[in-house]
Write a protein that binds this ligand. Structure first.
Ligand code: HEM
Length: 518
């Protein structure tokens, strides 16, 4: 390289000596000012640029001026869960800061949860986190989040109408599962666990949101299935770029962007049903009716329905898939869960009602234990400070700070769960009576140490629905089949870690063996 440069001849330019002297002085001055500014920045970064209690760092530091930021980010991307877990255990009861794959994040000790859980949007915002993480304005989240009607719909009507919707959900369970079971090859009797859960949850959730007729009219499940992969593709392409540059690089990086087409399809699909639900004599009781009554545009309603179903699908499908894996790894629970389901059904005239679901205490405990050990969110309850505030120990949280709690660390903390590494499917029921130990220790409940449903003002409003949905699917599956890993397989393939999140393996097949055939 140097040799090549030495062979190039540059034209000779004569510069007047006065100009040369002034240039030299300017260069000296600007070099000096750069060195001074950089020095000040380094000093301010090293010595308490923050007011209040100093932050303890865990994992690699981005370094002065963020010079080592790339290596710190890469490290978190590779082993984010372990970094958060180690920090939680090393600094028990204290806050610590980490460099995640995207930004610095202050991880709060659980003792501060009561201080932050009810803080208003003007102090701590989850919507900001979602918009940042998902590049919201490029995937239609800005349309959905221009209001909270869809969240209100889940918190209110969806939960309150469960006594009416449970029989409907069971009808849908039968319809979709019959189709899926009929496609299982007779020789292997194997089915992909993730795909089974996805199909069941997609159709059962859609039925409750838009009604049976629309769910099966044709076209809806495709809209739901197409939205997330396209949103994810756009997110992955744009996320590395600064916010202001994204609109410029989008046409180049996101070829054949189908997002607008998918939103338009949802809008066209729901246009006539929304108009019908606004008619004065309309008797529909689904969530679409509730949203239609707000009088918002069909585009916004479409994006809100697709958005909520997508969120519900991702969370519930992964949790349910993991529960199926745990049943395969702990088959000693299967007969008891099945017996409990038979008994509950018999006491409800063999009908699937909300009461039937509420009587499935062992299954409830099993699902909760499965979600505890799965702990999909290593960093949970993520929020962005929309204004500065202080914590009771003197920690100062400047505006713009990202905060979270160590979801997995808490789930594995012996202070919250004795013998935390052990899978105990009966952990949350009385060992003698098999009744729940306390309401907050039921699957949808939030006991100390549990961050898996979030906390406070923004706690997952869909958890009652998710509980009924999960119980109905697992109980019905076990009433008909024994489930197991394929012959010869004794271990599960590891799930995929992304930052501090964990997804179960999506390729796992399970063997279905008819219960009567044994
Ligand atoms: C096992 C399944 C599920 C899990 C583990 C789960 C978990 C969560 C978590 C961790 C949050 C964030 C809470 C926070 O940051 O404080 C959340 C929010 C939310 N979830 Fe769920 N969820 C599940 C199922 C569902 C279902 C089935 C629905 C709807 C039918 C739903 C609707 C929502 C909504 C609307 C929010 C936003 C709440 C708000 O911003 O006020 N979730 N969920």
């Amino acid at each position: 390289m140097d040799a090549a440069l030495s062979n190039i001849s540059f034209p000779k330019v004569t510069i007047p000596s006065t100009l040369l002297a002034s240039i030299k002085t300017d260069v000296k001055l600007s070099t000096l000012s750069i060195v001074l500014v950089a020095g000040l920045l380094v000093v301010s970064q090293l010595f308490g640029s923050r007011k209040g209690k100093p932050w303890v760092r865990v994992g690699r530091s981005p370094g002065p001026l963020g010079l080592r930021s790339l290596s710190a980010r890469m490290d978190f991307f590779k082993r984010g869960r372990a970094i958060v877990r180690e920090g939680y255990n090393k600094h028990k009861g204290e806050n610590f800061v980490i460099q995640t794959a995207e930004k610095e994040q202050l991880v709060l000790a659980p003792r501060f949860l009561p201080e932050i859980r009810m803080l208003p949007e003007s102090k701590l915002s989850h919507a900001h986190v979602l918009m940042d993480y998902w590049v919201g304005e490029h995937i239609g989240a800005d349309i959905a989040l221009a209001g909270a009607q869809h969240i209100d719909a889940v918190r209110g009507p969806l939960t309150k109408t469960l006594p009416i919707t449970v029989p409907l959900m069971h009808r849908e369970y039968l319809r979709t599962s019959e189709k899926l079971f009929s496609e299982v090859p007779k020789d292997t009797r194997q089915i992909n666990a993730y795909q089974f859960c996805y199909a069941m949850i997609s159709s059962m959730t859609s039925t409750v949101f838009i009604g049976e007729e629309l769910t099966h009219r044709g076209g809806w499940s495709e809209i739901v299935a197409e939205y997330f992969p396209e949103a994810w593709r756009i997110r992955m392409a744009l996320k590395p770029w600064p916010k202001s540059i994204r609109p410029l690089v989008k046409p180049i990086l996101v070829r054949n962007n189908r997002l607008e087409e998918i939103i338009a399809k949802a809008e066209a699909f729901l246009d006539e049903p929304v108009r019908k639900r606004r008619e004065s004599h309309n008797q529909d009781t689904d969530i679409l009716k509730f949203l239609a009554d707000y009088g918002e545009s069909t585009r916004k309603i479409g994006m809100q329905v697709v958005g909520i179903i997508t969120g519900a699908l991702n969370t519930s499908t992964f949790a349910l898939t993991q529960a199926i894996y745990d049943l395969c790894m702990h088959p000693e629970y299967i007969a008891d869960i099945r017996a409990e389901a038979r008994e509950a059904l018999a006491s409800e005239n063999m009908q699937w009602t909300l009461e039937t679901c509420k009587k499935l205490h062992l299954l409830d405990s099993f699902l909760k234990e499965s979600l505890r050990l799965f702990a999909p969110e290593g960093l949970a309850i993520t929020r962005k400070a929309t204004s500065a505030f202080g914590l009771s120990d003197g920690t100062w949280i400047p505006e713009g700070t990202y905060v979270a709690v160590a979801g997995e660390g808490m789930a594995l903390d012996p202070e919250f769960y004795p013998d935390p590494e052990k899978f105990d499917g009966r952990r949350f029921v009385d060992k003698k009576t098999s009744l729940p130990l306390a309401p907050e220790r039921e699957f949808h409940g939030i006991e100390p140490g549990n961050a898996m449903w979030g906390a406070g003002r923004l706690t997952c409003p869909g958890r009652h629905f998710a509980s009924v949905l999960s119980k109905m699917i697992i109980a019905n599956l076990l009433l008909r089949y024994d489930i197991s890993l394929p012959p010869g397989q004794t271990e599960l393939k590891p799930g995929a870690e992304m930052d501090a999140n964990l997804l179960p393996d999506m390729t796992q097949m399970i063997v279905l063996t008819e219960v009567q055939a044994r």
